[in-house]
Design a protein around this ligand. Sequence first.
Ligand code: HEC
Ligand code: HEC
Length: 316
Amino acid sequence: MRKTFFFSLVILTSIFIISSSFEERNAEIKTKASLGKKLFSEKILSKDSSVSCASCHIPAYAFADTVAFSVGIAGKLTKRNTPSVLNMKNRPYYFWDGRAATLEEQSLMPIQNPDEMDLSVDEAVKRLNQSSEYKNIFQKIFKQQPSAKNLAAAFAAYEQTLETVDSKFDDWSNNLKKFTAAEERGRELFVGDKAKCFDCHRMEDFTTDEFKNIGLYNAKQLNDAGLYERTKKETDKGKFKTPGLRNIAVTAPYMHNGMFKTLEEVVEYYNDPSKIVSNCINIDDALKKPLGLTDNEKKDLATFLKTLTDKKYIRK
Ligand code: HEC
Ligand code: HEC
């Protein structure tokens, strides 16, 4: 009798300790966004609990990856380069081919993607419901148990907090800091008619959010047709969404296929695409003729691009 009493006391105390440590650990999780942040690093949302969103969207690298193709479930590689998920709030669609219309819709796709997390949404929701920790947090925040809808809402709320507006460029545009001579020459090139970057990389996040073809599709070695894969319209062959350029110095390698390792290589490419890719299909009019940048101008452009890094990502 005594023994049973003692035994149940031990069990009760350990349950109490475990649940209060959950509480303590999760005390700061009071909003959808903070729950989304926790879920972003949650590996139980992948089939064998080995991969989370943060495995590919690495926070220290401005939420991009450092390799051309990321490693998902069971060592499988993604088909495209992992983009940063910073500054997503004002985007009209998501993915290189725009196949998701909202962050909510987007967030459930990597969970199901067989190369990424490979878990059905039903199973993901079931796992969250089996965790007393998550059940409590969802109840506290949504007044509901975990569901596909509130899971997506939490991810979207978190991603909407990931805006960056504190770069040297922002200080320059608010008259708080001066550019060096090279940065200023680079800026003038960037917005000017010679380099034409501003044709496509405009607005506060340096993108017009349009689909464009910069010449990285030739139906041979470069065979990702981008937007065409979704629309099957001939004129969409080789078009990809124009990415924003904030924090670009931190998110190498570049392009939908990660084929350029440095910003200098990117600028070299734009200067004369045909030197690097032969027989490209449907290249944009703006890039049909070589830009004719001098070596110093190329350097200045790359120097300007480095002013777009938010201070929290600048490594000292
Ligand atoms: C295995 C690597 C991997 C994992 C895990 C992963 N992603 Fe991604 N993510 C990618 C790749 C690759 C793309 C681009 C794919 C494409 O456009 O076809 C992408 C695209 C995105 C985009 C669109 C960005 C843009 O510029 O349009 C968002 C947002 C995003 N992921 C969020 C998430 C969230 C949220 C999770 C977790 C639920 C997640 N990702 C898990 C690799 C990954
Ligand atoms: C015609 C529109 C257009 C013009 C002009 C243009 N870009 Fe782009 N840019 C794009 C598109 C579209 C992509 C993505 C292409 C892909 O992955 O196939 C891109 C990608 C990039 C990337 C890589 C982004 C990433 O996250 O991987 C950088 C850096 C870049 N551009 C800089 C520049 C600079 C510098 C200039 C001027 C010399 C320029 N762009 C001119 C449309 C354009």
